[in-house]
Each structure stands twice: as C-alpha cells, then as structure tokens.
Design a protein around this ligand. Structure first.
Ligand code: NAD
Length: 284
C-alpha cells in the first residue's frame, strides 16, 4: 500500500506539526479535533511555520501554498473514513485515546493503519482496544515536529512486519529518520533521557552542584545542546514526573524512583517555561 491519504486526530502542538510535514511531503491530510479553537490555532501555526520556510528559501511560496491546501481542518471524526493511516496526537490520556481508537477502528477501512504519537502509553494496550492490533503501531514524533529529525517507531506485541515497513517508509517520505523500539515503558528516547533529567534533580537536591553548574557540566562535558535542567523546564516538569512514574511503575525498579525535588517543583506549580518558573525563573 502506497500511503497517500493520512489523518491526524488532535490539532495541538504535535498534531499540527505532523500535518505540516505530511503535507509538505505531498500527502493529502485531514486533521480533526474536538476544539474549533485548537483547529484554528493549528491552521494558523502551520501557515506561519510554512511562511518561515519560504523566508529561509527551504521551499517556494508555491509549494507552501500547495502544502497548506492539502490539509483539511475539521471537527468531524468521520472524515477519517477514507484514510489509509491515522496518527492520533490528542492529550496524553489513555482512556481518551482508547475511545478515539475504538471509534476510528469502526469507521476506517479494514487494513488501514492506526498509529499513536503517545510518549508513554503502552502501544500493545491501546492496540487491544481495537480489532486490528496487527495494523496498530506507535509513531513517536519529537517536538517541534518540523525541526526534529527523529521518529521512534514502536512495535506493539501484535504489530505486523508489513505495518512496520509501511510506517517506516511513510516517516522517511516525511523527511524523518526512524528508529525501532519495542513496546516497553518510555520506549528508547524517554527511557534514556528521563532518568538523566531525574538524576540531575537528585544532584541538585543533594547539593552536589548548583543548577547552573549541573547544566554547564552536561553542555560542555557531554556536548549536549542544553543542560538537563533547562531541557526539563522546556519539556514541562509535570511531563517529566509523569514519565518517571510510568518507568517506575512499568519496570518496577527502584532506580527509576522520581526525585522528591522534582515532585516538589510540580507540587508548587513550578512546571517550567509554560508557568514562568521551573528550576529556573523566566519571569524576569
Ligand atoms: P496539545 O495539548 O498541544 O494538543 C492536544 C490536542 O488534543 C488539543 O488540541 C485538544 O483539543 C485535542 N483533543 C482533546 N480531546 C480530544 C478528542 N476527544 N478528540 C480530538 N481531539 C482532542 O498536546 P501535544 O503536546 O500536541 O501532545 C499530543 C500527544 O503527543 C500526547 O500524547 C503527547 O504525549 C505526545 N507527544 C508530545 C510531545 C511534546 O513535546 N509536546 C512530544 C512527543 C509526543
């Protein structure tokens, strides 16, 4: 199956980005969301992002216009009924995602592929909510989608070789490089990244070093583009804590215990850049 028609459920940060890279790659895209405000914001965001690509001479104005015209934005989930693949990118809530997948399963053709952009929920469990677990897969894009090259492709226990090959080829058509991860908590990226961020909080809590020195050490010592605490503030400390809890619960190993100082920041509402304060203060 040569995939030409895709759907995206969720027009937020990730969904809009996925729609954009798919449309630039020449695919026909339908984006649905329950919120008209999200659809409007997503559409405006894509227009702005395409405009930036034109300014940087990465694409022509003609290509940008054609890409924007290939995306349809609607509240009607039924619009996915002729799609060959749908990527779900709604709020990280398992019940909500399972409900959407049950509905998509009922309205999409047999053989069409269902993919989730979840950062932390089991692909195998989401697939079990449908009648097509062999055509179910994880497609984990990174934020911001138009800039970040990686897509982690996650195989649930029942995902077929054919589904995997088609999704890998699709991601490559969208200009991405893929890695394959089995379906274990955190997959590859977050399984490795989040314990590092958590450890940075432990070193801060124990007074081993200052926040600035922890970040500078990893920037200059490990050649990371930003320090782990700055990165945590970008991601959102609530998201970091949630993923550590998924690793701790799912793998049952004490080494994934969320740092109490990370939890305390979240309890205080210091969630990072989005609230103006995380480890660092962004209000000044
Ligand atoms: P977001 O809050 O920006 O967008 C979520 C969207 O889902 C909103 O527009 C909301 O209106 C919509 N939505 C809620 N309920 C819905 C429903 N019933 N039907 C249709 N749409 C509905 O969130 P996001 O950052 O784009 O994250 C989306 C997914 O991507 C999550 O699973 C998240 O874990 C994953 N993810 C996020 C990042 C990141 O850095 N933000 C990175 C990788 C993966």
């Amino acid at each position: 199956m040569d995939i030409q028609r895709i759907g995206v459920v969720g027009a937020g940060q990730m969904g809009a980005g996925i729609a954009q890279v798919a449309a630039v790659a020449g695919l026909d895209v339908v984006v649905t969301d329950v919120s008209q405000a999200s659809l409007d914001k997503g559409e405006a965001g894509v227009a702005k992002s395409l405009g930036r690509l034109v300014k940087k001479e990465k694409i022509t104005q003609e290509d940008a216009d054609a890409a924007a015209a290939r995306i349809k934005w609607t509240q009607d989930l039924q619009s996915h009924s002729d799609r060959q693949l749908v990527v779900e990118a709604v709020t990280e809530n398992e019940e909500l995602k399972a409900k959407i997948f049950r509905e998509l399963d009922g309205l999409m053709p047999a053989g069409a592929i269902l993919a989730s952009n979840t950062s932390s929920i089991s692909i195998t469990r989401l697939a079990a909510a449908t009648q097509r677990p062999e055509h179910f897969i994880g497609m984990h894009f990174m934020n911001p989608v138009p800039i970040m090259k990686l897509v982690e492709v996650i195989r649930g226990i029942a995902t077929s070789d054919e589904t995997f090959a088609q999704v890998k080829a699709l991601a490559e058509k969208m200009g991405k490089i893929t890695t394959m991860s089995r379906d274990y908590p955190g997959f590859l990226a977050n399984r490795i990244l989040m314990p590092m961020i958590n450890e940075a909080f432990y070193t801060l809590m124990e007074g081993v070093g200052s926040a600035e020195d922890i970040d500078t050490t990893m920037k200059l010592g490990a050649n990371h583009p930003m320090g782990p605490l700055t990165l945590a503030d970008f991601i959102g400390l609530d998201t970091c804590l949630y993923i550590m809890e998924v690793l701790h619960d799912g793998l049952g190993d004490g080494k994934y215990r969320p740092c109490p100082l990370l939890r305390q920041h979240v309890d205080a509402g210091w969630l990072g850049r989005k609230t103006g304060r995380g480890v660092f203060n962004y209000n000044d």
